[in-house]
Ligand binder design. Structure first.
Ligand code: NAD
Length: 365
């Protein structure tokens, strides 16, 4: 099968869908892989290793014209129009906010699979790109915060006296949050965390952090959070407000699938924080967990810095591409038969959950 890997064209996107390691496996398996020249450059993968892995280097038209096109970001309308009719496309597609792109893909009769929709089941864990990218984002959030802080994270005993460790509070202890906790702990901070799903308490504690207790229960389908009832939300707000005043670094990661990010930190709560404190809001792109977050900006509120970094995995493009590429490799292992031909079973638990356009129709919005 001819597999195309175009260069990503979305602003600020440095990742590439396949790294040479995965290309080598696919070419050994008998596939023809066409990589657009320069596709991996920004992620630290120049053209030569792709060629050594058996890829053919080509232009955008060749990569986009393949039978199976692998991308990171959803194609632009222009790119969608250049896909071959009836092609298979796998990428992040943000189906809920991509009506135009989905219509363009359906018009080309493209079968498009959204990487956001890999089901959160054990069998699909190796394909789970939301997790692989969130894990890296959680790590980077702490590094961004450490860089912005005017203090160090660990306790340090020096000839000039002892320096107290920073206090780090992680809101939302899913994949990104747990990695943020582990990273802040490795750097020596005193770490606490909160999540509306009480089941994560044990995971938080096993990483050496304390769990901020609030009597709520908001676990919905598939292990995800659902929105809190009003009285529960009030209790959470009170507990978070009380805890925030003593914190130096706050990392927020709370998300509810398909909904705007829950508002956890109000402007008033930010104003009550210590000057010099830093908030890193990983939910900036979906509206922010903090009322004052501006996506892609740093806002100074009386000495408290509110950072809203966007597309954080792209800043770690080497490892983000490597893990995404392995996710795709695992997915292809599921999608292709022994002869390397796609076996598209729309009733399959994984494939069926991921297909957003097929045979000219939009199946999911
Ligand atoms: P996510 O990115 O949707 O949300 C991040 C975290 O924010 C979640 O832990 C959620 O509970 C929390 N949150 C939501 N509203 C909140 C609020 N008001 N206050 C505080 N926290 C709030 O979730 P995710 O990290 O992608 O994954 C969530 C969970 O899904 C994981 O922890 C795991 O249990 C499950 N999961 C399972 C698999 C698998 O089995 N293959 C893979 C990945 C994740």
């Amino acid at each position: 099968m001819r597999i195309g890997v175009p260069r990503e064209t979305a602003a600020g996107e440095r990742r590439v869908a396949l790294v040479p390691e995965t290309v080598a496996r696919l070419t050994k398996g008998g596939h023809e892989v066409v990589v657009e020249r320069g596709a991996g450059q920004a992620a630290g993968f120049p053209d030569a290793p792709y060629a050594a892995a058996g890829a053919r280097l080509g232009d955008a038209a060749e990569a986009l014209g393949a039978e199976l096109v692998l991308k990171v970001q959803r194609p632009s309308l222009e790119e969608a129009g250049r896909l071959r009719e009836g092609a298979l496309l796998v990428s992040f597609l943000a189906p809920a906010s991509s009506a135009g792109a989905l219509a363009a893909l359906a018009a080309r009769k493209v079968t498009a699979l959204a990487m956001e929709l890999v089901p959160r089941i054990t069998r699909a864990q190796a394909m789970d790109a939301l997790s692989s990218q969130a894990n890296l984002a959680g790590y980077k959030a702490v590094v961004i915060g450490a860089e912005a802080l005017n203090r160090i994270l660990p306790m340090m005993t020096t000839a000039a006296g002892t320096l107290a460790p920073a206090r780090c509070f992680v809101l939302g202890a899913g994949v990104a949050g747990l990695q943020a906790i582990a990273t802040a702990r490795r750097l020596g901070a005193v770490v606490s965390a909160f999540d509306v799903r009480p089941v994560v308490k044990e995971q938080v504690q096993s990483l050496g952090a304390t769990f901020v207790e609030v009597a709520v229960q908001a676990e919905g389908q598939g292990g995800y959070a659902k929105e809190l009832a009003e009285d529960q939300q009030r209790r959470v707000t009170e507990a978070v407000a009380k805890h925030l005043v003593s914190q130096d670094l706050v990392v927020t990661t709370a998300q509810i699938p398909g909904r705007p990010a829950p508002r956890l930190i109000s402007a008033e709560m930010v104003r009550a924080m210590k000057p010099g404190a830093v908030i890193v809001d990983l939910a900036a792109e979906s509206g922010g967990n903090c009322e004052l977050t501006r996506a892609g900006e740093a806002v100074d509120v009386g000495g408290v810095l509110v950072l809203g970094p966007v597309n954080v995995p792209s800043t770690l493009a080497f490892h983000a591409s490597q893990t995404y590429s392995r996710n795709l490799q695992a997915l292809l292992g599921h999608l292709l038969d022994k002869e390397g031909k796609p076996k598209l079973d729309l009733q399959d638990e994984i494939t069926g959950a991921m297909v957003v356009t097929h045979a000219g129709e939009i199946r999911k919005k």
